[in-house]
Design a protein around this ligand. Structure first.
Ligand SMILES: Cc1cc2nc3c(=O)[nH]c(=O)nc-3n(C[C@H](O)[C@H](O)[C@H](O)COP(=O)(O)OP(=O)(O)OC[C@H]3O[C@@H](n4cnc5c(N)ncnc54)[C@H](O)[C@@H]3O)c2cc1C
Length: 654
């Protein structure tokens, strides 16, 4: 079928996790239903830069060739980040975030869903759908996981010993180990993180392969149009009857916008993600009437909530030195030819146990502060604590993860082996917004991430930096702190960062003539490793805390977990969709993606996007008089391994 100027039953605009679930589930439910998935990016099928788990950091390169992400940059400098602009990448490829994300598997707490306060959306309502989507491949002793769904979850091919070192150190500071902290309930505990990786094939488990390619392999009613950016919904009155889309670039036709139309006999579903969906709505005449009139767009439904209440999670990264014997991905990421050849070959021949069949983010924790710690976290956070966290014991305040390697640009790092501590804030109080600045789909929107615009968000990040630092210092592999990736404490402060110890430096550069030379403040070395040393907590002064806060303002980043710009709540409270995900003031139009979340979810959000997709698929199936078929169509794993190396080794450069 030619995608353009044609007609189907259901059009799904945007092929991220939620859109893939909806399109795949509906098409599989009824082979006579014609479904078209219109995706702005390219196809992810059989792309080795998608399905090999260990190469994921490359997806964030902005080299002009890698087209897998769109980078949203704050339109204005933010005074909350000391004049900086934040950058929020989101997916631009079939499978959406699931084709490029870090593959970390976590789930929201039960109270997160209950807090939506929407009929049909409590954790208890959603539990069967949480199970329906999972092919959980880990041992498990609770009944919240599923085993015959299309999305694989496992520990991946390997777990680096650093993960166990981390867990022992976390236990030493009062974070207990558990087999499974993704039980919807645990808010203070550590575990070996699971990953969206199939343990048998060593491949990323992305939503397009699981839900879309699986159906397209065996049925002919699911149509895919990639490189097709939806510009707007076509309305007849207030009824959605199709979408218009444009090509990914506008370098021909004298800059004119050339639209193609695909009509939808039954309904249109917007699944273009938290930053894409509100823009489509606004270009279509659904949004704040004042903004739309200012851009000469005819108003179909006046919904001031569109594009508002943008939320994310906030990451800061601190990097530590580890022993030369540690297993890390640094040499691979740095581009060492011999290491890359060896690891790619290992992945080709033994994907079920290869290092690259993993993201090497092998362990982590969820934490809540103690009463004592709360006292140090200031009035703004304590107020938030009392209203938001105190009576919800299943809500963690922060997550911490260890990456076995530096998540950083290795061309800027000294030689050596590293671990990265990701500290991320799960329920920021800050809010941002996104609005179009033109009806032209090629024109950049106004974007304000809102990062740190609520003061309450500083204290928990400061607290978790200290926590992660205490964990790192107690690890056996710890050999110092990488000065460039920590706050700039006063050099005389006991909290000042101490870099690699001389003994490890000498091992690393045995012929080095400058190791350990005396150069004043450049290098304050760590103590050499002593397994018997008892570690005391670092004591921070108010001046040290200020240094941490400045560092947070200078370095806080997206966690790539955007949500909330088309909230499911009452219209009079700024809601955009109702409990059946119908857009207020329109007919035959639903939003199904993370933009519909009225509040934050304490998790890495792929699991939630899939869940919103599953719920949306059920609601649409009901509307259409269908029933979702389970189990879903068999998931393909092409290209299938032969156990032998397939010709020349893949090259690292694209
Ligand atoms: C770099 C990165 C790392 C992440 N790491 C993790 C992780 O480790 N674990 C985890 O659980 N979550 C992670 N996430 C988050 C997770 O992937 C997202 O929450 C999830 O993908 C959101 O799903 P979605 O369906 O709401 O939207 P998206 O994934 O954003 O999908 C939207 C889709 O719509 C398309 N689109 C946008 N505009 C248009 C348009 N106008 N027309 C047509 N198509 C359009 C996009 O190309 C995309 O395919 C990460 C995300 C990113 C970007």
């Amino acid at each position: 079928m030619r995608p353009q100027d044609t007609e189907v039953d259901v059009v799904v605009a945007g092929g991220g996790p939620a859109g893939c679930v909806v399109a795949g589930r509906l098409a599989y439910a009824d082979p006579n239903l014609q479904v078209m998935l219109v995706e702005g990016g390219s196809n992810n099928r059989d792309d080795p830069w998608v399905y090999r788990p260990g190469i994921y950091p490359r997806n964030m390169q902005r080299d002009g060739i890698n087209e897998k992400a769109t980078f949203y940059v704050d339109t204005k400098e933010s005074s909350y980040m000391r004049g900086r602009k934040s950058i929020v990448p989101c997916a631009n490829i079939l499978g959406g975030g699931s084709s490029i994300n870090f593959q970390m598997y976590t789930r929201a707490s039960a109270s997160d869903w209950d807090d939506f306060k929407t009929e049909g959306w409590t954790a208890e309502d959603l539990k069967p759908l949480m199970k329906r989507l999972e092919n959980y491949q880990k041992p498990c002793n609770n009944d919240t996981h599923g085993y015959d769904g299309p999305i694989s979850i496992s520990n991946g091919g390997s777990i680096t010993p650093l993960a166990w070192d981390f867990l022992r150190a976390a236990d030493a500071i009062g974070v207990p180990y558990s087999d499974d902290i993704q039980d919807l309930d645990t808010a203070h505990g550590s575990e070996i993180w699971a990953k969206y990786i199939n343990r048998h094939t060593g491949r990323r488990s992305d939503a397009a392969t699981a839900y879309v390619h699986s159906v397209m392999d065996i049925q002919t009613n699911l149509h895919l149009s990639v490189n097709s950016r939806v510009s707007r919904v076509i309305f007849e009155g207030t009824k959605a009857v199709g979408v218009a889309f444009v090509g990914p670039r506008n370098r021909v036709h004298a800059g004119q916008v050339r639209e193609h139309i695909v009509r939808a006999r039954k309904c249109v579903v917007l699944s273009s993600g938290t930053l894409g969906t509100p823009q489509i709505l606004e270009r279509s005449g659904v949004g704040n009437a004042q903004i739309l009139k200012g851009l000469d767009i005819k108003v179909v439904s006046d919904l001031p909530g569109v594009g508002e209440q943008y939320q994310d999670h906030y990451t800061t990264l601190s990097i530590y030195r580890v022993s030369n014997e540690s297993v890390t991905t640094d040499d691979f990421l740095r581009g060492d030819k011999e290491t890359q050849e060896r690891l790619f070959a290992q992945w080709e021949t033994s994907p079920e146990k290869a290092l690259l069949s993993s993201n090497c983010i092998d362990a982590g924790f969820k934490i809540r502060p103690t009463e004592e710690e709360l006292k140090e976290m200031g009035p703004e956070f304590n107020q938030l604590w009392n209203t938001y966290f105190k009576d919800k014991p299943d809500k963690p305040v922060m997550f911490g993860s260890i990456v076995s390697g530096a998540y950083a640009d290795h061309s800027l790092l000294p030689p050596g082996k590293y671990i990265t501590m990701f500290q991320y804030l799960e329920y920021p109080a800050s809010r941002g917004k996104i609005h179009i600045s033109s009806a032209n789909p090629y024109v950049e929107p106004h974007f304000d991430s809102g990062f740190m615009n609520n003061k309450a968000d500083f204290a928990p990040i400061r607290w978790s930096y200290k926590k992660c630092r205490e964990v790192a210092r107690r690890m056996d592999a710890f050999r110092g702190e990488l000065t460039s990736h920590h706050p700039h404490f006063h050099p005389a402060s006991p909290a000042a960062v101490r870099d690699i110890d001389i003994q490890t430096a000498k091992q690393m550069l045995p012929n080095g003539l400058t190791v350990g030379i005396h150069m004043g403040t450049w290098h304050r070395p760590s103590e050499p490793y002593d397994p018997k040393r008892v570690i005391d907590d670092i004591v921070y002064t108010p001046e040290d805390d200020k240094a941490i806060d400045d560092w947070i303002a200078d370095h806080v980043e997206t966690t790539w977990h955007s949500l909330g710009t088309c909230a499911m709540k009452p219209r009079e409270e700024g809601g955009v969709v109702d409990k059946r995900l119908n857009v207020y003031g329109t007919q035959n139009l639903k939003c199904v993606d993370l933009s519909i979340c009225p509040d934050n979810l304490g998790t890495n959000t792929y699991s939630s996007a899939l869940l919103v997709g599953e719920k949306g698929a059920d609601l649409l199936a009901e509307d259409l008089g269908l029933k979702v078929r389970v189990p879903h169509a068999p998931v393909p794993h092409a290209p299938v391994q032969t156990g032998k190396r397939a010709g020349p080794l893949p090259r690292f450069a694209a």
